[in-house]
Ligand binder design. Structure first.
Ligand SMILES: Cc1cc2nc3c(=O)[nH]c(=O)nc-3n(C[C@H](O)[C@H](O)[C@H](O)COP(=O)(O)OP(=O)(O)OC[C@H]3O[C@@H](n4cnc5c(N)ncnc54)[C@H](O)[C@@H]3O)c2cc1C
Ligand code: FES
Length: 283
C-alpha cells in the first residue's frame, strides 16, 4: 500500500511536533445547542490542506483532534475556524470559551484532501459533523469555481436543529453549487427532504469519467454510500473518505488509531477507497 502523500507535522512547536503553539480566540459563535465555531489566530501562522486536523488543547484538560473548518490560503494562514461539538470534558471547555482566551495547538496533522483536478465535477456526500472538514474543501473549490464543472453537495443530518452553516450554504448555492439537505428524523417544522443521505444518490446524473467524490461523515454512512456511488461508476481511485478514530499522540507513536497496521493519524485521516480495500474494518 502506498502512502506517498504522508506528511509529518512540521508546523507544531518550533523544534518538536510534541510542542504546541499558542492560538488566540478572536470570536466564538454558538451555531447550535451543541456546536460552537471558534475563530482563532495562530501564532506564526500555519500551512495546511483541507481535511487535516489539529490537536487542540487547554492546560489541565488534555487535547483532542479537531478538523480545520476554514479553507487554506496560498501562503500561510493566520486566522482559522474550528467548529467544536460539546461531547465531553475538553470540548465542553472549548465551547464555553468567550472573550480573549488562549488555546494550544499541535499540527496540522495527517494528510488531507488533495484539490480535485481542474475541470472535474465534484460530489460531496456529507453526514453530520462531516460538514466541518468538508467546509474547508468546499470553500476552497468555490474560491476556484471556474476551474471545476458541477459541484454537488449532499448533506444528511439527523434533525433540522443539527444543521450547521445554514447561511453559508445559501452562499454556496448562489455560487452555483447544487446543495441537497435531508434530515433522518426531522422536527414537524422541517421543510426540507426527509430520509438518510443515501436516498439522494440514485437520482443524481453523474458523468463517471469526470467525477471525484468526497465522503465525509461517520463510518456507518460510508458502508451505505460506497455501493450506490460505485454503481454510478465512480472509481475507487476517485473516491476519498475521511476516517475518524480516537487519537492521542497524532504522531504514529501510541497506536490508538491503528487499523490493520495503518496509523490513521499519519497516513490519514483521508484515504482513497482503493487504499481502504487493504484495511479491513476501516469502515
Ligand atoms: C481526525 C479527527 C477530526 C475531528 N474533528 C473534530 C471537529 O472538527 N470538531 C469536533 O467537535 N470534534 C472533532 N473530532 C472528535 C473529537 O476529537 C472528540 O469528540 C474529542 O476527542 C472529545 O474530547 P472530550 O475530552 O471533549 O471528550 P471525552 O470526555 O474524551 O469523551 C466524550 C465522549 O466522546 C467520545 N469520543 C471521544 N473521541 C471520539 C472520537 N474520536 N470518535 C468518536 N467518539 C469519540 C467518547 O467515547 C465519549 O463518549 C475529531 C476527531 C478526529 C479523530
Ligand atoms: S493517535 Fe497515536 S498513533 Fe495515531
Amino acid at each position: 500500500m502506498k502512502y506517498a502523500r504522508e506528511k509529518i507535522n512540521k508546523n507544531s512547536g518550533k523544534d518538536s511536533p510534541y510542542l504546541p503553539v499558542k492560538a488566540t480566540i478572536e470570536n466564538a459563535e454558538d451555531l447550535t445547542a451543541r456546536e460552537t465555531l471558534l475563530t482563532i489566530t495562530v501564532d506564526g501562522g500555519i500551512n495546511y490542506q483541507p481535511g487535516q486536523f489539529l490537536m487542540a488543547g487547554l492546560p489541565g484538560h488534555g487535547e483532542a483532534a479537531i478538523s480545520i473548518a476554514s479553507p487554506p490560503a496560498r501562503a500561510k494562514t493566520y486566522t482559522i475556524d474550528l467548529c467544536i461539538r460539546n461531547v465531553g470534558s475538553l470540548t465542553a471547555k472549548l465551547c464555553a470559551l468567550r472573550g480573549i482566551n488562549t488555546i494550544w495547538l499541535r499540527g496540522p496533522m495527517g494528510r488531507g484532501f488533495d484539490m480535485p483536478p481542474r475541470g472535474e465535477d465534484i460530489l460531496f456526500v456529507i453526514g453530520g459533523m462531516g460538514i466541518v472538514p468538508a467546509r474547508s474543501l468546499i470553500k476552497a473549490v468555490i474560491k476556484k469555481r471556474k476551474s471545476y464543472g458541477k459541484i454537488t453537495i449532499l448533506y444528511g443530518i439527523k434533525t433540522g436543529s443539527e444543521l450547521l452553516f445554514g447561511k453559508e450554504i445559501k452562499q454556496w448555492q448562489d455560487s452555483g453549487a447544487v446543495v441537497e439537505i435531508t434530515a433522518d428524523a426531522p422536527e414537524q417544522e422541517w421543510q426540507g427532504k426527509q430520509g438518510v443521505v443515501t436516498t439522494l444518490i440514485p437520482p443524481l446524473d453523474i458523468d463517471r469519467r469526470r467525477t471525484t467524490a468526497y465522503l465525509i461523515g461517520p463510518p456507518a454512512m460510508y458502508r451505505y454510500v460506497v455501493v450506490p456511488l460505485s454503481e454510478k461508476g465512480i472509481s475507487y481511485d476517485k473516491t476519498f473518505l475521511s476516517l475518524e478514530r480516537r487519537m492521542r499522540c497524532a504522531l504514529g507513536k501510541c497506536g490508538h488509531c491503528l487499523i490493520g497496521g495503518v496509523y490513521v493519524c499519519r497516513c490519514g485521516p483521508v484515504f482513497s477507497l482503493t487504499e481502504l480495500t487493504d484495511m479491513p474494518g476501516a469502515i
